[in-house]
Unconditional design. Structure first.
Length: 244
């Protein structure tokens, strides 16, 4: 992660693109239920977009319960604790992530802000009866970027399976095409100037209760049965304005 490159990439956005991206992000957070309350300047744990049992049998309610109510809540509580009384307390979550990325002295704020954002994004990247195929602009851009949906899904699975240790696999939009990325720990494509479209959590807490060491089984089941292509399509549309 190189913050100077990130800043250059972000500055490289035209004003219109930046506003579209920022507005899209705001719309996403409204959708995801995350908000920065003007009263207490604290982030809230957003409601899950489905019941905790809704992703069974691919992901158990036991896993979702711990992951959402313990892990995700913990990141929200910690980011609120770390930003309290600082300039970060008045910033949107995405701004905090960009401002603290690559700064060792801000690593605790970055980790908890990014993990708060990443988990909300992950819950929305999944849905009951997901999987299948994307349509419209997303379908076309995947074909342009990867040659086929099969190759896209294979690269996404490989990124998720081969990420060493804790982290995330992503589809992200670079302004022209869609890329598969893998990031370690809390990192997120936005720190490199890319717009996340969807993600798979490959921290062990995401799958170990259900799959133990078989991360590949978790990844393939998520891609085949839970991936929310409509969510990715909405994220793409927010940043492109629907132009394919
Ligand atoms: Mn997680």
């Amino acid at each position: 992660m190189n913050i100077e490159n990130s800043k250059k990439a972000i500055e490289g956005f035209s004003r219109r693109e930046f506003l579209v991206a920022a507005t899209g992000a705001a719309a996403f957070f409204a959708f995801g239920g995350i908000s920065c309350s003007p009263k207490n300047q604290k982030f809230q744990l957003p409601a899950l977009p489905y019941p905790e049992t809704a992703l069974e049998p691919v992901i158990s309610s036991n896993t979702i319960g711990f992951h959402y109510r313990k892990h995700h809540q913990g990141y929200v509580d910690n980011v609120n604790k770390f930003i309290s009384g600082t300039a970060f307390a008045k910033m949107p979550l995405e701004t905090i992530i960009i401002e603290t990325a690559g700064k060792p002295e801000r690593i605790a704020v970055f980790n908890n802000a990014a993990q708060t954002w990443n988990h909300t994004f992950y819950w929305n990247s999944l849905k009951p009866e997901g999987g299948g195929e994307p349509t419209g602009e997303l379908k076309n851009l995947i074909a342009k970027s990867f040659g086929s949906l099969r190759v896209c899904k294979k690269e996404l699975a490989d990124a998720a399976i081969t990420q060493f240790g804790s982290g995330w696999a992503w589809l992200a939009y670079n302004g022209e095409t869609i890329e598969v990325m893998q990031t370690g720990d809390a990192d997120n494509p936005m720190t490199q100037g890319l717009r996340p479209l969807l993600t798979i959590d490959v921290w062990e807490h995401a799958y170990y209760l259900d799959y133990q060491n078989k991360r590949a089984d978790y990844v393939s089941a998520v891609i085949d049965k839970l991936i929310n292509w409509e969510f990715a399509a909405r994220n793409l549309k927010e940043v492109t304005g629907g132009v394919s």
